[in-house]
Design a protein around this ligand. Structure first.
Ligand SMILES: Cc1cc2nc3c(=O)[nH]c(=O)nc-3n(C[C@H](O)[C@H](O)[C@H](O)COP(=O)(O)O)c2cc1C
Ligand SMILES: [Mn+2]
Length: 489
């Protein structure tokens, strides 16, 4: 598979798959967001390239729904986009386990230096930052943008996704969901030494960086190296003229500046429509980046990835399910045939071939432990496709006796974004919730005596399909077709 060089290369590949729609004349206040949401709700869920955005020069573009289908998520990973979704996720799980990190390489020229505004010339209003949802607290330049920082102790580069709201000509905020985010940890190290933290915001990045920026990587491991591993080639970087931070040379738009000590400066950030489908919080104080330079390519493209009400999600393949699948394998849980997440990662499903009593629960407990914000974990037998919600619910309703096969795990991993944790509890620092484990499997002791299912096996269905496909799909023989055409004339 030929992997794209940069975001433009990716957009070209998407276009070649006929999955790109061009939209001219939309308003960055709510229309870009509205069109993105409606398009994401259609069966084709096309990627969108907005141009002639109201109030901006032609050529200043926004690209959204980049990786929202299984096909385009696979394409971004360098995996065959023709694979069935569960097979693509398995391919990614296996590729991810074997990845060798690729350190970035330095280059001496970068297209993002084609245009630069510095100092007093810096004006964020020159960039088409959308108001994505009705109640958003302002325009967000960063919804799928990467924030670059250097750890002052180890020297390693962190490059992950944190949202970035615009507050004025040269002020933006960077929002960390919790103090454990690498960006929050690194910034605090500078602040504790009485310094501001050099930072860059990369908008319109290589899709491999977008994916790497979402991964939970260990301390000291740069998302740059992980993105290089996805591509099988190093990310090209150039040291930022102001910050000296290594910046992806092929990126579209880059802000350079400093994250001011939070003890001195904060601005109210949000609300923002979250991936749960809710505005989780009112405006809250948030660290401020002073923007000292804006660089951009000619005719720049902003990668926008607004969160939307589920099932819409940034990634058409549930990447975190691939991590859980890996966790299960590493823990020695055998015979797992698939792991999937529905409802924007809020529900995890594990499919396995039961070999011993307690096998299903063992898998479920590991999956539950690693399901961020997920209240629902379901285990199904290997004849059920975990990526097919209807199939999963068929198993739940026909194989699970609720009085015997549902367990509740209390005080488990969620976050302040959880809409079901009461405000008083959040104020007291509670960010945990309970998780239901549903064993939608045939009870192990009598599984072989369970009533047999009536549906065709996958093989039987394939055989019928290949023999009778014309009849089923209404395609008639060429001669009959020609006769019909003649009659119509
Ligand atoms: C589109 C998108 C937007 C995100 N926005 C935020 C955000 O605003 N704040 C945050 O803390 N995490 C956000 N995340 C999640 C983090 O990027 C993710 O957890 C990442 O692994 C954190 O990296 P770190 O371990 O280097 O801190 C977002 C993820 C995606 C895909
Ligand atoms: Mn990190």
């Amino acid at each position: 598979m030929v992997i794209y060089k940069d975001l433009r290369g990716f957009i070209k590949q998407v276009d070649e798959l006929d999955a790109l729609r061009r939209v001219d004349g939309a308003d960055p206040r709510f229309e870009l967001g509205g069109i993105t949401e409606v398009a994401a709700g259609t069966p084709e869920c096309p990627a969108l390239l907005f141009d002639r955005i109201k109030g901006f020069p032609q050529g200043f573009r926004v690209f959204s729904n980049a990786t929202t289908t299984p096909q385009r998520a696979a394409l971004a990973l360098g995996i065959d986009p023709a694979l069935k979704p569960l097979d693509a996720l398995k391919a990614w799980m296996q590729k991810r386990q074997a990845l060798t990190p690729h350190k970035p390489i330095m280059v001496t020229a970068a297209p993002f230096l084609e245009n630069s505004m510095r100092g007093k010339k810096v004006d964020m209003a020159k960039l088409p930052a959308p108001h994505w949802h009705r109640k958003d607290g302002g325009p967000f330049i960063g919804s799928g943008s990467i924030v670059i920082m250097r750890d002052p102790d180890g020297g390693w580069i962190n490059a992950s996704i944190y949202r970035v709201q615009v507050h004025g000509r040269n002020k933006v905020t960077i929002q960390f969901d919790h103090p454990g985010r690498h960006g929050a940890v690194i910034a605090k190290k500078y602040w504790d030494r009485g310094k501001s933290c050099p930072v860059a915001v990369v908008n319109g990045e290589d899709p491999a960086l977008f994916i790497a920026g979402f991964e939970y990587l260990p301390d000291n491991q740069s998302e740059y190296d992980f993105a290089g591993a996805i591509k099988g080639a190093p990310i090209e970087v150039l040291n930022g003229p102001l910050t000296g931070l290594p910046l992806p040379a092929q990126a579209e738009i880059i802000l350079e500046g400093e994250l001011l000590p939070a003890s001195k400066t904060m601005l109210p950030e949000g609300p923002f429509g979250e991936f749960t489908g809710y505005y989780a919080n009112e405006a809250r104080p948030c660290p401020v980046m002073q923007v000292n330079a804006i660089h951009h390519r000619d005719d720049p493209i902003l990668l926008g990835s607004p969160p939307m009400k589920p099932p819409r999600f940034h990634f058409g393949l549930p990447f975190r399910a691939a991590s859980i699948w890996s966790n299960l394998e590493m823990a020695g849980v055998s015979d797992v045939v698939g792991v999937w997440q529905h409802v924007a990662q809020l529900m995890t499903v594990v499919a396995l071939r039961q070999r011993y009593a307690g096998h299903a629960k063992r898998a479920a407990l590991i999956a539950a432990a690693n399901s961020y914000m997920g209240r629902l974990v379901v285990v199904v037998d290997d004849d059920v496709d975990p990526s097919n919600l209807a199939d999963v619910m068929w198993a739940v309703t026909t194989r699970c006796e609720p009085a015997e096969q549902i367990d509740i795990v209390r005080n488990a991993w969620s976050s302040a974004l959880d809409p079901r944790i009461p405000a008083e509890a959040k104020a007291a620092g509670v960010t945990s919730h309970s998780k239901a484990i549903i064993e939608a499997v045939r009870p192990f002791p009598w599984k072989d005596r369970y009533p047999p299912t009536s549906a065709l096996t996958a093989e039987e269905a394939r055989a019928i399909e290949s023999k009778w496909s014309d009849a089923i799909r209404g395609r008639s023989k060429p001669r009959a077709q020609a006769a019909r055409r003649r009659k119509r004339r």
